[in-house]
Design a protein around this ligand. Structure first.
Ligand code: UDP
Length: 236
């Protein structure tokens, strides 16, 4: 039976743990353990990580950098995060390969979809860093793009909440969680899951995305075992 190929998107902030900034080593180690277990369960795992715990282009623009420079700094932040998780995976004996959108040897190899797919088939976790390689995009867009390029069966978007709600559950206690929702309904209800560039790319290419709570220990492994946690977004 063919293995399930999954692209996991983690925000930069999720690596910061309670500190909200930088990289929390215990957080990193617990993600690495869960990812290794997911591979042992028979999944192929590619990972895209954001950079918001270190730098965001918009913040750079606000403090006087031009946007292109700020975004380059943000893309480099994603490489720092991905390098850290690659090292944590390797430290526990999980083979991992770091690929970067910009040529950055010897830090990582230059990304191409065939190289990523070959490494996944070999059982390596593949970290795809540097966003799309272009300013004015987000790592959500990068993860949708990479998921489509490598032919992922599913994208998992780890967030701080356990799925998509009718309203912000932190503000509205009557908000209800969707188990499944279509892209059309996400647009119609103006739900903010990802930026519209990422959403449209996912919808137009029929990528299925499951939004789940990454902060709750054990969730990633439960998902890999087939539990329907969070909210699934798909076309009709
Ligand atoms: N970025 C970019 N192009 C991309 C992806 C990311 O310029 O294709 C920059 C952008 O400045 C962004 C930063 O990298 O603010 C960090 O990415 P993101 O904000 O998506 O990280 P997250 O919120 O997931 O931590």
């Amino acid at each position: 039976m063919a293995k399930r190929r999954v692209l996991l998107k983690l925000s930069g902030e999720s690596l910061a743990g309670a500190r909200k900034e930088g990289i929390d080593k215990s957080c990193l180690d617990s993600y690495a353990a869960a990812i290794k277990e997911s591979v042992l369960l028979g999944n192929e795992i590619a990972i895209v990580i954001g950079g918001g715990n270190i730098f965001r282009g918009m913040a750079g623009a606000a403090s006087g950098f031009d946007r292109v420079t700020g975004d380059s700094m943000g893309m480099l932040a994603t490489v720092i995060n991905s390098l850290a998780l690659t090292a944590s995976l390797q430290a526990i004996g999980q083979d991992a390969l770091l690929l970067t959108a910009h040529p950055m040897s010897p830090i990582g190899s230059h990304y191409s979809a065939p190289v990523a797919k070959q490494a996944l088939r070999e059982g390596k976790v593949v970290l795809i860093a540097g966003g799309t390689g272009n300013p004015f995009f987000t790592t959500d867009t990068a993860s949708v793009l990479r998921a489509i390029e490598i032919g992922a069966d599913l994208m998992l978007k780890g967030t701080r909440v356990d799925g998509i709600y009718t309203a912000d559950p932190e503000k509205d206690p009557s908000a209800k969680r969707f188990e499944r929702i279509t892209y059309d309904e996400v647009y119609a209800r103006e739900l903010k899951i990802m930026d519209l560039t990422a959403m449209t790319l996912a919808r137009d290419n029929g990528l299925r995305i499951r939004v789940f709570n990454m902060d709750q220990e054990g969730n990633l492994v439960r998902l890999m075992k087939g539990e329907p946690l969070g909210t699934l977004v798909e076309n009709e």
